[in-house]
Design a protein around this ligand. Structure first.
Ligand SMILES: Nc1ncnc2c1ncn2[C@@H]1O[C@H](COP(=O)(O)OS(=O)(=O)O)[C@@H](OP(=O)(O)O)[C@H]1O
Ligand SMILES: Nc1ncnc2c1ncn2[C@@H]1O[C@H](COP(=O)(O)OP(=O)(O)O)[C@@H](O)[C@H]1O
Length: 210
């Protein structure tokens, strides 16, 4: 009860609209018990073409087959709806990450393992999401693929368009990508997909079923 009162005071201190937080009877821990695994964000970051979506999608399938309740939030897809008003300038990229981070946090509260695949180029934006999550419920997964390889893959022809000067502000070319200094999981994007999956799956399963 005291904790409840403290939380209301604490939250209201930061609320400028006189809106009070309402605590519900069922919380994240209850939902985690129901799902029989921990809920968390698996945040894939890396250049365009580094392999974020591919790895997130295969990982999600493997988790699903093991009975894990998942959802994926992919930059390309989210920019068709929730973030379709946003461009690729730095403010809009930060807003994109903020929105996706908030949605992912709600999904974690709902008891899910949320796979996020966003370039998320700025360290500060990724740190803000980490800070708003409870301990151990945010894993930053850095897909470190050299630009040259990303350019060779170029599955959507975007790097080609950059070369033709048809796209500006492209990450890693004329828009900055800040490499994670201490990612929770480091993936060397030069390895094969199956090598990376072997590395990734074991690490993630340990966290989810801890
Ligand atoms: N200028 C520019 N820079 C980078 N990427 C671009 C750009 N324009 C379009 N695209 C396509 O948008 C996808 C990246 O969207 P994100 O929401 O992940 O970007 S960000 O996190 O807001 O930086 C990215 O998807 P991925 O290739 O899957 O990373 C591209 O397909
Ligand atoms: N480790 C890898 N080795 C070889 N090809 C890969 C690897 N990871 C991804 N790819 C391929 O590279 C391309 C870009 O991958 P994608 O997952 O779309 O990257 P991102 O989501 O980071 O833009 C796809 O055609 C995918 O099949």
């Amino acid at each position: 009860m005291l904790f409840h009162y403290y939380m209301i005071k604490h939250i209201n201190k930061y609320n400028d609209k006189n809106v009070m937080w309402h605590f519900y009877r069922i919380n994240r821990e209850d939902r985690e018990r129901l799902h029989q695994h921990r809920s968390m964000i698996l945040w894939f970051t890396g250049l365009s073409g580094s392999g974020k979506s591919t790895l997130a999608s295969i990982l999600e399938e493997k988790l699903y087959c093991r009975g894990v309740s998942t959802y994926s939030l992919d930059g390309d897809n989210i920019r068709h709806g929730l973030c379709k008003d946003l461009s690729f300038n730095s403010n809009d990229r930060s807003e994109n990450i903020r929105r996706v981070g908030e949605v992912a946090r709600l999904m974690v509260d709902a008891g899910l393992v949320v796979l996020v695949a966003l370039i998320s180029p700025y360290r500060i934006d990724r740190q803000i999401i980490r800070d708003m999550c409870i301990k151990d419920s945010f894993l930053e997964i850095f897909v470190d693929t050299p630009m040259l390889i990303c350019k060779q893959r170029d599955p959507k022809g975007l790097y080609h368009q950059v070369d033709c000067k048809k796209i500006k502000n492209f990450t890693g070319i004329d828009s900055i990508y800040e490499r994670p200094k201490q990612p929770d999981i480091y993936l060397d994007g030069r390895k094969t997909i199956s090598e990376l999956m072997n590395q990734l799956l074991d690490l993630v399963l340990v966290k989810i079923f801890k």
